[in-house]
Design a protein around this ligand. Structure first.
Ligand SMILES: CC(C)(COP(=O)(O)OP(=O)(O)OC[C@H]1O[C@@H](n2cnc3c(N)ncnc32)[C@H](O)[C@@H]1OP(=O)(O)O)[C@@H](O)C(=O)NCCC(=O)NCCS
Length: 171
């Protein structure tokens, strides 16, 4: 079976939390430390913190052979659409699932009339930096994170820069 990209439902909440729990240690322990990983998992990757995002329709999952192996979460921030989470479990990274999730997010954002999308990654997350650069994101600014954690690098992408022919932003 292939990879299936679909909106998350309430039944996926535990699986979405599990994606974070499986992905955060590998991603952030080397660049931000074990305490940051513990803080992030306790603050953001809980059922209580994740369920509202899912039921609000902000989460998209990648399913492989019936298992949720990746998640994307979007939401508004200061008037812009922001991709708050994009994670693929370590054993399936580099197989095209992140691309499928991101392309779905970009397409849905266009359909909803957004012009740009923003996101941030921690300075030193070179995988994320290369991945987003390859998708046309460019740096807009840095934000100090504090507590000895690397800065957040904010990047932005024009959703219509390479939109399929015939599609235009809604005014
Ligand atoms: C970053 C992440 C979402 C990318 O998803 P992925 O499924 O591993 O990436 P894909 O296999 O879809 O790769 C898509 C493209 O990006 C490129 N790419 C992916 N990771 C890359 C890397 N580390 N360096 C260079 N290019 C990379 C691939 O070559 C591919 O290009 P292609 O389609 O032209 O071959 C995923 O690796 C991940 O979850 N990483 C850990 C968590 C993280 O850092 N998330 C982002 C937080 S802001």
């Amino acid at each position: 079976m292939g990879v299936f990209i679909r909106p998350a439902t309430a039944y996926d909440v535990d699986a979405v939390v599990d994606v974070g729990r499986r992905t955060w240690p590998q991603t952030y322990a080397p660049i931000a430390g074990e305490d940051y990983v513990r803080m992030g998992l306790a603050k953001w990757w809980t059922v209580a913190a994740t369920r509202p995002l899912v039921v609000a329709g902000k989460a998209t999952v990648a399913e492989l052979d019936g298992e949720v192996v990746g998640v994307a979460v979007v939401g508004p921030l200061k008037g812009d659409l922001v991709l708050f989470r994009l994670y693929v479990v370590p054993e399936h990274q580099g197989t095209g699932i992140g691309r499928m999730l991101l392309e779905d997010v970009l397409q849905v954002a266009r359909e909803r009339g957004h012009r740009i999308i923003r996101l941030s990654y921690l300075d030193g997350n070179v995988n994320a930096e290369r991945f987003y650069r390859a998708f046309g994101f460019t740096e807009s600014h840095r934000e100090p994170t504090g507590d000895g954690i690397p800065d957040s690098i904010w990047v932005v992408r024009d959703l219509w820069a390479d939109a399929p022919d015939g599609e235009e932003p809604q005014s």
